[in-house]
Write a protein that binds this ligand. Structure first.
Ligand code: UD1
Length: 359
């Protein structure tokens, strides 16, 4: 069976890695091609993950880079088409909800190639998020849909997607976490004098939080306030770094450490030992759930409701007072008993590969 995997942006890499590894265990059954669209191209947003996740170098890099949504999506489509026609896979496997996911699904379906979507069925019900559009369209283009949790199956059913295409397999990103947790480590503690459970870890990159100067100012002012109580470590996404410079919002408080984006092993160690994580990422809501670390998500909604029902995650408004109050409340509260959504067990890739072998 010929499999063509598509990756493009940072959150795709930890999802493809366990599936490729599992397929490599059956070389007679699977021939794999890894295509990187180049949506993320900075070494610390891409290359470092290939090394740490033990991913093979991409067979093809479309080198698309940054641009508007229309430009980026169109460029990926145009550059991907000849690669697809040349390799002629039995399955194109797409991951998550980034522009590369949608662009390659659309090209594949139009040319009659079968598409499998890993992390299908998630919905924030917020169409102002580019990822929500990517998720809905990719799911409706796909022939096989691998879901991480029951709510995803219900969303797909409600949208009329045939049940026989949908397979509840669990969360493949947790496979990577389980695999690499023993290896994860960070030197940042020594570098900036932090101690386990005595710092807040922050990541922010959503357009809704960082592209508007007034909103980003609210968030930065909340971080400057809270770091009088406890230091804050903020590995910064390139988009956010650009906006901080553009809006003149660089922090003044020396206990707010803004550092370059981190690799997987470093970031995992810092998550595990944080007293609290503040984020607007999707994957980090899930990783903190697995680790049992309290997480505040600076968004009005989440496509990962299971992280809230389990109890680690909580939504918070991107407004100074709300953020400070929520952080203080979580710092003074106790951690509940660790719970895990079903099938977040490190064996999702095995279940996915089993489904492919039956097709
Ligand atoms: C993309 C995904 C988002 C995902 C995020 C993870 C879409 C619509 N969004 O958002 O779902 O959570 O990746 O990071 O696909 N840039 C660099 N170097 C890079 C990549 C980007 O400097 O390697 C800068 C560029 O200025 C670019 C900006 O970051 O304009 C945004 O990059 P882009 O890939 O368009 O979206 P993300 O915000 O990263």
């Amino acid at each position: 069976m010929r499999i063509l995997h598509i990756v493009g942006a940072r959150p795709n890499f930890m999802k493809v890695a366990p599936i490729m590894r599992e397929m490599f265990r059956h070389p007679k059954d699977f021939h794999q091609l890894l295509v990187h669209t180049g949506q993320h191209y900075a070494p610390q947003m891409s290359q470092v993950f290939f090394q740490e996740l033990d991913l093979p170098q991409p067979d093809v890099n479309l080198n698309v880079g940054s641009g508007t949504h229309a430009w980026q999506t169109a460029q990926i489509m145009m550059r991907f088409e000849p690669v697809l026609l040349d390799y002629r896979p039995d399955w194109v496997v797409v991951y998550g909800d980034v522009n590369s996911t949608l662009a390659c699904s659309l090209v594949s379906t139009k040319l009659g190639f079968q598409v499998a979507h890993v992390e299908a069925g998630l919905r924030s019900f917020d169409r102002s998020m580019p990822e929500e559009i990517n998720r809905i369209l990719t799911d409706h283009l796909s022939d096989l849909l691998f879901t991480p949790s029951k709510d995803a199956d219900q969303n797909l059913k409600r949208e009329g997607i045939a049940g026989n295409k949908v397979h509840l397999v669990g969360n493949v990103m947790i496979d990577t976490l389980v695999h690499l947790l023993p290896k994860s480590q960070s030197y940042w503690y020594q570098l900036v004098n932090l101690y386990p459970r005595e710092y807040i870890l922050v990541t922010l990159h959503r357009p809704a939080n960082v592209d508007d100067g007034a909103t980003l100012a609210e968030i930065m002012s909340a971080l400057e306030t809270i770091c009088d109580e406890i230091p804050v470590l903020f590995p910064i996404h390139p988009r956010t770094k650009e906006r901080l410079n553009e809006f003149g919002l660089q922090p003044k408080n020396p206990r707010l450490y803004i550092i370059e984006p981190l690799g997987y092993l470093d970031f995992l160690a810092l998550q595990e030992h944080a007293v609290l994580v503040l984020t607007d990422s999707g994957g980090i809501q899930e990783e903190t759930t697995y680790l049992g670390v309290p997480c505040l998500t600076a968004r009005p909604n989440t496509e990962r409701p299971v992280t809230i029902s389990i109890g680690t995650n909580q939504l918070v408004e991107s407004e100074q007072t709300a953020l400070v109050q929520a952080m203080q409340a979580r710092l003074s509260g106790s951690r509940g008993k660790k719970k895990m959504p079903p099938l977040w067990d490190g064996h999702t890739a095995g279940r996915i590969v089993k489904v492919f072998r039956q097709h």
